[in-house]
Design a protein around this ligand. Structure first.
Ligand code: ATP
Ligand code: MG
Length: 747
């Protein structure tokens, strides 16, 4: 339990002390319309965590009142997530649909009390009559219907005698209430839809505001904990339970802040869009913030629990840095998992003075990890090392193998480069080396000083493995959706070489690959023939770095072989602060720029020709950085990037199209202005060009229009998406949004 109590636990303790409840009962109430994400994990931790801390219980309840979106596979995913996080939902899952009969009876009771009526205004009128924040609403003339008439109409609604939208059941509260939600809220609506559990039994379905409080009451919930956006619904919650004069005790609603994480989209609707568009492989794609995604990627339940604990429970919404989550998994694995060697981009090294073969005993764990276990590392004349662990013309501060500088092979000997073999194009294909027989790790008498130790594998004994490297799924820290996708977020290496014990001994599913990061044997695709590993997270992270620099540690910079974090040098620190203070860039980006001289120079030059710091920094730290990793010489200049950004800022091209332009710049080095002109990529903002497309989409999707009109606001995104698709991403999303809003209002 948290040492300092959060506000929810304070309430719970007070209620226990005063005797308001005998038992603490909470519930986690997802709608089964998608896989749960890390935001749900927060809610699970709060609801199940509080129940556990106070010897109560927590119900897992499917809030299944919307028949069109829901599915059993989502129910299974939700059960899975709760279990995986280590919580117990008891013998069964609860469903709001189990209470449809009771909820219906409560509705009848309200009608009999004169507190609910059947309204026959259409949706548009209902909205109009509701008034506005500054203006009181007006009650519908149908509110005057007699109790008998209401009962009869409601019965007919239930029996399927009306069309969708013809009538609704409303609470009779107050059309001039300051809280607009209290202006006669809807309790029931007609939906002629098949429900995944109740089938065709019902054609009226209770609204969230009516079903939720009653389900809580029926289950004996004491504390109904939800996110802040339901704050205004609390009055209805109370009204329904109080008006029905239910036998106490009754539940009360308490709100906490939703979790948001940068570089991530969280809502199930947006996640579903990514899946439908096939930018990811499914709900469990390791790049998604779903529980299934984290599980597949290799996150441990403990790391997610630690994260939820760290972020705490607050009443104000805020954005959490994704680096904090990465810190949690790293921190959890650091002292737990075996450390092994894998070479991702191999280059052959022939040790000319070594003949024969030996097996070196090497512990799986470093000394500070209280775990035992070791494996045999085959060592031979021919080995592979990482291509970039050798440099012929190294810059200052390069501590690995060079023609002049020896290096230690981790757990084994020190080697020195004797000769470099190149192909006809000048590419290095092999390194000839010698080893120092006296230098064996653990019994080194060679007296040779090296500055680092690198990973390696025996050429004849290594196994081939497929490695999947993940980068952020989104390019911007506050992504909207598909238009902000990072198309290079997955890199697959088919021919990585891994030491044989990893495959043969299977001491664990998660490993630290020395100097590479943490990896997880993919639970689905892994076979002994083709072992597949997902990269969970890097060894180093910026979030912990930030914490460290805050402590003003002054250590000299040295190459870190283990999973340590390098503090910034003084000059990097100065740059870092400049980026934050002068340019208002965020921590993450400032950190990336400050630590990379090439990037910071590039940024400085770009910004000197066009002043748009955050947009330029975004491109520089993402696209440009990625390109620099792959090739030492860029085809485009800082000035051209500045030009690209200015075209986005001015609205000449959309964000989405800018990615396309950038790809072209990478290839041809052509000016972005020219590319946009040649390819006709100018953003379309002219309503008279966009309107016909909207009309077309609206007339060819009558079903979706009807659903939208019936209250499914989520379909708005569908229409916008369609227009963007039809224009190849060239339509100005803002204009499209406005036009569609207008259009749908008048249908
Ligand atoms: P989404 O918009 O992702 O679909 P939702 O709020 O509609 O989310 P539900 O399945 O209805 O999702 O929510 C189940 C529970 O999880 C609710 O109590 C909700 O408040 C909580 N929850 C959902 N998203 C978050 C989040 N980002 N942070 C904290 N709690 C969340
Ligand atoms: Mg929802």
């Amino acid at each position: 339990m948290n040492e300092s109590k959060d506000f929810l636990r304070t309430i719970v303790e007070k209620d226990l002390k005063s005797g308001k409840y005998r038992e603490i009962v909470t519930r986690f109430p997802p709608e089964p319309n998608g896989f749960p994400h890390i935001g749900h994990a927060k809610s699970i931790c709060i609801n199940f965590g509080i129940a556990r801390d106070y010897d109560g219980h927590c119900n897992l309840r499917m809030d299944d009142t919307n028949p069109t979106k829901e599915d059993t596979k989502y129910v299974e995913a939700l059960k899975d997530a709760v279990e995986w996080l280590g919580f117990d939902y008891g013998d069964s899952v609860y469903f709001t649909s189990n209470y449809f009969h009771q909820i219906h009876e409560y509705a009848v009771k309200l009608i009999k009390m004169g507190k609910a009526y059947v309204d026959s205004l259409d949706e548009e009128e209902i909205r109009e009559y509701r008034g506005s924040v500054t203006q009181a609403g007006k009650r519908s003339k149908y509110a005057e219907r007699s109790i008998e008439e209401n009962l009869e109409l409601f019965e007919k609604m239930k029996n399927g005698e009306f069309k969708e939208g013809e009538h609704v059941l409303r609470a009779k509260i107050d059309m001039s209430a300051a809280n607009m939600k209290m202006r006669d809220p809807l309790l029931y609506r007609i939906r002629h839809a098949h429900h995944f559990r109740t089938g065709d039994e019902w054609c009226i379905y209770p609204m969230y505001d009516f079903a939720h409080c009653l389900s809580d009451y029926i289950e004996g919930v004491s504390h109904s904990i939800c996110t802040l956006e339901f704050e205004n619904n609390r009055d209805i919650y109370d009204w329904v339970l109080d008006t029905l004069e239910l036998e106490p005790p009754r539940p009360y609603q308490h709100e906490f802040a939703r979790l948001g994480i940068n570089y991530t989209v969280m809502s199930k609707r947006k996640l579903l869009e990514l899946i439908d568009a096939k930018v990811v492989s499914g709900w469990d794609d390791p790049r998604l913030p779903t529980i299934a995604g984290y599980k597949r990627r290799g996150y441990t339940p403990q790391s997610i629990l630690n994260f939820c604990d760290q972020i705490g429970i607050a009443k104000a919404n805020s954005m959490v840095d994704v680096a904090q989550l990465e810190f949690c998994i790293r921190d959890d694995l650091n002292k737990k998992v075996p450390r092994v060697m894998c070479v991702l981009d191999p280059i052959k090294v022939t040790i000319e003075n070594y003949d024969g073969f030996e097996e070196i005993n090497a512990s799986y764990y470093p000394l500070d990890v209280p775990k035992e276990g070791s494996r045999k590392l085959p060592f031979s004349k021919e080995i592979y090392i990482e291509k970039d662990d050798f440099m012929e013309n190294p810059p200052k501060g390069y501590f690995r193998l060079t023609p002049e500088q020896p290096v230690r092979l981790k757990h084994a000997y020190i080697i020195a480069c004797k000769d470099v073999i190149k192909d006809t194009n000048g590419n290095i294909v092999e390194i000839k080396a010698k080893y120092y027989p006296e230098s064996k790790s653990g019994s080194d008498n060679s007296g040779i000083k090296v500055k680092s130790a690198i990973q390696w594998v025996s050429a004849s004994k290594a196994k081939t493995a497929e490695i999947r490297l993940y980068d952020r799924l989104f390019l911007v820290d506050n992504p909207e959706g598909i238009e902000d996708i990072n198309h290079n977020s997955l890199r697959v290496i088919k021919n990585a070489l891994i030491e044989p014990a990893v495959i043969n001994e299977k001491i664990d599913e998660r490993f630290q690959f020395e100097r590479q990061g943490y990896f997880y044997a993919d639970p689905i695709d892994y076979t002994d023939k083709v072992p597949v590993f997902n990269k969970i997270v890097d060894l180093k992270g910026s979030w912990a770095k930030k914490k460290q620099t805050n402590r003003h540690e002054t250590r000299t910079k040295k190459e870190h072989v283990e999973g340590e974090i390098t503090p910034m040098s003084e000059s990097e620190q100065i740059l870092f602060e400049k980026y934050i203070k002068e340019f208002n860039l965020n921590n993450e980006i400032s950190n990336t720029l400050a630590r990379d001289e090439k990037l910071s120079n590039f940024f400085d030059e770009a910004i000197s020709t066009y002043n748009s710091p955050s947009n330029i920094a975004n491109i520089v730290t993402n696209e440009v950085a990625r390109e620099l990793k792959q090739s030492s010489k860029l085809k485009f200049s800082p000035k051209q990037i500045a030009q690209l950004v200015s075209m986005i800022d001015e609205g000449t091209i959309s964000n989405k199209i800018s990615k396309q332009v950038f790809e072209e710049m990478q290839k041809s080095g052509e000016n972005p202005k020219q590319i946009v002109e040649d390819k006709g990529l100018v953003q379309i903002s002219d309503p008279s060009k966009i309107m016909p497309i909207i009309d077309d989409i609206i007339s060819s999707n009558p079903d979706n229009v009807a659903k939208y009109k019936a209250g499914n606001n989520k379909l708005f995104g569908f229409f916008v998406g369609q227009v963007l698709k039809k224009t190849g991403g060239k339509a100005n999303p803002k204009v499209v949004n406005e036009l569609i809003t207008e259009k749908l209002k008048h249908i």
